[in-house]
Write a protein that binds this ligand. Structure first.
Ligand SMILES: Nc1ncnc2c1ncn2[C@@H]1O[C@H](COP(=O)(O)OP(=O)(O)OP(=O)(O)O)[C@@H](O)[C@H]1O
Ligand SMILES: [Mg+2]
Ligand SMILES: [Zn+2]
Length: 295
C-alpha cells in the first residue's frame, strides 16, 4: 500500500522538552452508563459474579460500569467482549452520542468532554472522531462522490481553498487504496470495504486527537479485512492519534492493539498488554473467551 501521502498530511512532531513520558491523550475515569430506572442494588446484583448485566431487582441494564483506562499518542487500545458486554455503549459515550451517568472523558487539550463548554459538534470534529460499523450510520451520503464525502468534513472546518481541499482529499483516498479513477464515483457504487476506507479518510482528513473504531472489519471478507487493518495501523502510527478499537474478534485486536481491555457485563475484567493477555489470561472470563476462539 502507498503510505507516504498520509505521512505528508501528518502534523510535524513537536520536539520533546521533558524526559518524562508524555501525558496520555485520552483518560477515561469511572465511566458508567445504565439503561432503566436504577435502584440501590443495581451495581451489586450485576457483573461477572452475578452472571448478568440486567438488575434482577429493577430490570435496569448496567451496560458500562466504572470503566477506566488511558491511551497515549499513537497507541491503540483494543476493547473486546461478547455481544451485549457494553462495547458500543462505551464507544458511544466517548463520542458523546450517549450521556454517561458518571465518569470523565479527558482528552489532552480539551479537558473533560462531558463537562466541556465547547459545542459537541466541534468536539466531534477535532477531539474525538468515530468510524462506525455501518458507513451510512456515520453520516456518509451514498449519492455523493467519495471525494465529496471526505471533503465535506474539511469544508466544515472553514478551509476555503478548494484546490487545496481537493488535493488533500485525493492524497488521503489514494493512500487508503482507493484508486484515483474512483474518487468521483458515487459512494453507493462502492463495496463495503471501500466504504469503510472512505469513512476512515473522512475521519482522518482533519486528524483527530482520539480515533474510535467500532467493529471496523465486520462484514468484510478476510482479504479486505487485512488491508483495512493495515490502513488503520498505519494511520495510528503516523498520525499519533490515541485509537480505541472495539471488536468481538480477538484476531482484529491481536493485529492492531498494543493493549487490550476485556469487558464483561459492562465491567473491565482484565486489562494488559495484548500479547500477555492473549497468551496468559488471568481472569476466568478472558480464559473462556480465548479458549472458545481456539475451539
Ligand atoms: N438505548 C438503549 N436502551 C436500552 N438498553 C440498551 C441501549 N443501548 C444498549 N443497551 C443495552 O446495553 C447492553 C450493552 O449493549 P452494547 O450495544 O453496548 O453491547 P456490545 O458489546 O456493543 O454488543 P455487540 O457485540 O452485540 O455489538 C445490552 O444489554 C444492550 O441491550
Ligand atoms: Mg456493539
Ligand atoms: Zn436495580
Amino acid at each position: 500500500m502507498t503510505t507516504a501521502p498520509i505521512l505528508a498530511l501528518a502534523p510535524a512532531a513537536r520536539p520533546r522538552a521533558s524526559l518524562l513520558p508524555p501525558p496520555p491523550v485520552l483518560q477515561v475515569r469511572g465511566l458508567s452508563r445504565s439503561f432503566g430506572p436504577g435502584c440501590r442494588r443495581c451495581a451489586d446484583l450485576t457483573g461477572h459474579a452475578a452472571g448478568t448485566s440486567a438488575c434482577p431487582s429493577c430490570g435496569t441494564v448496567v451496560a458500562v460500569h466504572e470503566v477506566s483506562f488511558e491511551v497515549g499518542a499513537g497507541e491503540v487500545l483494543g476493547v473486546v467482549g461478547e455481544s451485549g458486554s457494553g462495547k458500543t455503549t462505551l464507544l458511544r459515550s466517548l463520542h458523546l452520542d450517549e450521556t454517561p451517568d458518571r465518569g470523565q472523558v479527558e482528552v489532552l487539550g480539551y479537558g473533560d468532554l462531558l463537562t466541556s463548554r465547547t459545542p459537541r459538534s466541534e468536539l466531534r470534529r477535532s477531539a474525538v472522531v468515530m468510524v462506525h460499523q455501518n458507513a451510512l450510520a456515520a453520516g456518509l451520503s451514498p449519492a455523493l462522490a467519495a471525494e465529496s464525502n471526505v471533503a465535506e468534513r474539511l469544508l466544515h472546518t472553514g478551509v476555503r481553498d478548494l484546490a487545496q481541499v481537493r488535493e488533500r482529499v485525493a492524497a488521503l483516498l489514494t493512500a487508503l487504496d482507493i484508486p484515483a479513477a474512483r474518487h468521483q464515483d458515487a459512494l453507493s457504487t462502492f463495496s463495503g470495504g471501500m466504504k469503510q476506507r472512505v469513512q476512515l479518510a473522512r475521519a482522518l482528513v482533519e486528524p483527530p486527537s482520539v480515533l474510535l473504531l467500532d467493529e471496523p472489519t465486520t462484514g468484510l471478507d478476510p482479504s479486505v479485512q487485512a488491508g483495512l487493518l493495515e490502513a488503520v495501523q498505519d494511520v495510528a502510527d503516523r498520525l499519533g492519534a490515541a485509537t480505541v478499537v472495539v471488536s468481538h474478534d480477538l484476531g482484529v485486536v491481536e493485529v492492531l492493539a498494543d493493549r487490550v481491555v476485556v469487558l464483561h457485563h459492562g465491567r473491565v475484567v482484565e486489562h494488559g498488554l495484548t500479547d500477555q493477555v492473549l497468551e496468559d489470561p488471568q481472569h476466568p472470563y478472558t480464559q473462556l473467551l480465548i479458549s472458545s476462539r481456539l475451539a
